[in-house]
Design a binder for this molecule. Sequence first.
Ligand code: BG6
Length: 511
Amino acid sequence: MAEAGTGSPDIVQTPRGPAAPCVLVIFGGSGDLAQRKLIPALYNLAEEGLLPEQFAIVGVGSTDLGDEGYRERIGDTVPRHLTKACDPERWRWFSERLHYVQADFGDGEAYEALARRLEEVAETFHTGPSFLFYLATPPTFFQTIIEHLGAAGLTRQDRGWRRVIIEKPFGRDLDSARELNAAIGEILDEDQIYRIDHYLGKETVQNILVFRFANGIFEPIWNRFYVDHVQITVAETVGVETRGRYYDRAGALRDMVPNHLFQLLSLIAMEPPNSFDANAVRDEKAKILQGIQPIGQEQVLHRVIRGQYGAGEIEGLGEVPGYRGESEVDPASATETHVAMKLLVDNWRWADVPFYLRTGKRMPRRVTEIAIQFKRAPYVLFRDTPVHHLPPNQLLIRIAPEEGISLRFGAKVPGPGLRMGNVEMDFAYADHFGSSPATGYETLLYDAMNGDATLFQRADSVELGWSVIQPILDVWGALPPRAFPNYAAGTWGPWEADELLGRDGRAWRKC
Ligand code: BG6
């Protein structure tokens, strides 16, 4: 097996240097996301030599902290979220680049002050007038912040570049996503907008593109002639943790499907792009979302299953309360914590191949995976042998917690007579490339600094995602669930989710 590392003959790489000089401005700079993910990710980039010398960070928030107060706070809280040991020298380099501006996000004057501060910081660190704004705030502030940035002249690109990263959720339905796109489109060009979906920051998700398009062997069988169906599972053992208030208004469908699950679906199903240019890749992904067969309102209850967990027991966590007993959740809540659905993609490659998607909280295991199930071998040779009972070939792309790819196929059990068993060819990232724990935000931040939007969502894809699920939101809104809670914590969801596949003579993979 090849050694991981730059010198390995088995690793082909394009040169990577430090990102483009800029000031990164984090709205919500002392908040949870900044402390748990963004600052640790930036520190990891610094460790790998991927941040330029001409770089600085400005946190913006409502708490009254000066630069020193901010550095202290980050110094107190962030080290426990770092994914690598902290090198004191590196931390000093990093910490002196941290600044803080106190601002009420709705106060226009605060942005004038911010603009002045950014000029000073840019001058001190020789970054030039290029600013990357990261909106790590609740979604209610997205539009307000962008409007104020525009009014303060901070989005004009006459000197340096100006880009804005927007966290999820981007809208809560099709109309609100369209409105938000239209409002921010008044101020920013589409190529200044970087809509985050943190699934695209995951190595294994990015690897789907490489796996499919850098290898010739799978392409000929990647279609309706060989693939029986595809299953995408994102199961979590956690409940809603401290996010009850948000989650109770969102639910599993909004929270996971039009964003994370549709990213996985479009990467698996897309046609090869002409190049790895951001728009070439995003055009092909958008075509898949466009091709999803609309779910008519009359089909919703049949093709989309919703569930809510009741109390139960999860291995490793013990007994856990039902969703309605979680903090900040309505005790009579009709919000779904599990969703399973069957989708069809209407194009030549995938016509009639079902894509089954499921996601849920409080499931027995944390697992994110995509299973491509191939059609059975013709029976001619193996008639009257147990081969009928062998499960068909399956390619499994494991995204979490273990990362890797495995291929299941039948093999002869040694000895007289024809006996067969299933075996797996297994690739685990950690075995081959070693493991370098990361937050998942490193590549996204690095790419945004370099102006590469390939791993970010374009306006049309966000709206396409919402338009697929809008009929579901409408029907569910009009017809409240009859039997919630309908699955116990620690199980794989309501029985109707099994029936969804059972009706087609199929079953969910046992994860
Ligand atoms: C977030 C959702 O976007 O993704 C959460 O809001 C969910 O509810 C999380 O838990 C899952 O992300 P990951 O990376 O842990 O699979």
